[in-house]
Design a protein around this ligand. Structure first.
Ligand SMILES: CC(C)(COP(=O)(O)OP(=O)(O)OC[C@H]1O[C@@H](n2cnc3c(N)ncnc32)[C@H](O)[C@@H]1OP(=O)(O)O)[C@@H](O)C(=O)NCCC(=O)NCCS
Length: 285
């Protein structure tokens, strides 16, 4: 492994786009968050730091806060022949210092590969949860429920109210900012709201690809939970996809999210083997 004396660390900017792009497409060690935006779209955000060996970008790390008090590790990439632990030790202190000036309370990582876990543990991150995937394949859709509230297609002008609903329903690290919700909405195949007298009670956003559909987001406002609205939204979206000929739907949730697991399993989703640990670190902020 290379540990050259010719190191420099920099906050990246648009002029680094080509070298970051080259690293991302060839990196031996690659962590990328399940994100609504591409890695290169983050290039103007801070912190997005790069490690250079002489003039060559050999590692990069991005964790711009979103939601505002949480720094998710969005990218950590390291070139072949360089030690990921060594590059992390160069980049993470800079990134952590940058987010601490922004009043960020915690850092979080949704792992996609085992190699990063020992590095995170080594600097104080704790394994707090796991995200699991469930899948529903080819079964007849559940009978649509009697309308408890009415379900309608979400519109761009709903985003503000839905952001508020989302932030009241989800715990800290899982909340969406308005911008992230806007991105999710942009990628949606089906986005619906359940409402009563013009008040949004809950919403879901699902995407679709040639591989099937994915229920990406589901929330019901806390004061309306436990009355069947979450179930109604999921039943409705399964039916909408069924009528489009989409029979395979996946979803992910945390292993300790009993309410959502109850809904998904009740409606025919089965656990898959895909499991992603969540690591968190409290910051001074
Ligand atoms: C998950 C969520 C959308 C469910 O919405 P909801 O309107 O409360 O859901 P429903 O009332 O339709 O169903 C909830 C189910 O969970 C069950 N439930 C509630 N608390 C539970 C618990 N502690 N353990 C197990 N099951 C539980 C209810 O009994 C009900 O199941 P049932 O209909 O078979 O009796 C809502 O809790 C929420 O917004 N949570 C925060 C955001 C979130 O975690 N979203 C899901 C991420 S994938």
């Amino acid at each position: 492994m290379v540990t050259s004396k010719h190191w420099s660390i920099k906050q990246v900017d648009l002029s680094d786009r080509a070298s970051i792009s080259a690293l991302l497409s060839t990196a031996r060690w690659q962590h990328q968050h399940f994100d609504w935006v591409s890695a290169l779209d983050l290039i103007n955000e801070s912190p997005f730091v790069a490690a250079l060996d002489r003039d060559l970008v050999v590692g990069c790390l991005a964790c711009p806060p979103d939601p505002p008090r949480v720094a998710w590790l969005r990218i950590f990439s390291v070139a072949a022949d360089y030690s990921p632990a060594f590059i992390w030790d160069q980049l993470w202190p800079k990134a952590a210092a940058a987010v601490s000036t922004k009043n960020v309370r915690q850092a979080a990582v949704l792992l996609s590969g085992d190699w990063l876990a020992p590095i995170l543990k080594g600097c104080g991150f704790e394994h707090t949860n796991d995200v699991i995937f469930l899948e529903r394949r080819g079964e007849a859709p559940p009978t649509p429920l009697l309308p408890l509230g009415s379900i309608r297609t979400m519109l761009p002008e709903d985003i503000e109210a839905i952001t508020e609903l989302d932030q009241s329903a989800f715990k800290d690290i899982w909340q969406y900012s308005a911008e992230t919700l806007r991105q999710a909405y942009k990628h949606a195949a089906v986005a619906t709201i359940i409402e009563h007298k013009d008040e949004p009670l809950g919403y879901q956003i699902s995407t679709a690809s040639i591989y099937g559909a994915h229920l990406a987001r589901l929330a019901v406002a806390p004061q309306w939970q436990g009355r069947g609205f979450g179930t109604a939204l999921v039943v409705d979206v399964i039916n909408r996809f069924f009528h489009q000929g989409v029979l395979k739907i996946s979803v992910n949730t945390q292993t300790d999210n009993e309410q959502s697991l109850q809904i998904y399993r009740k409606l025919g989703f089965r656990d898959s083997s895909s499991r992603h640990p969540v690591y968190q670190l409290q910051l001074d902020g």
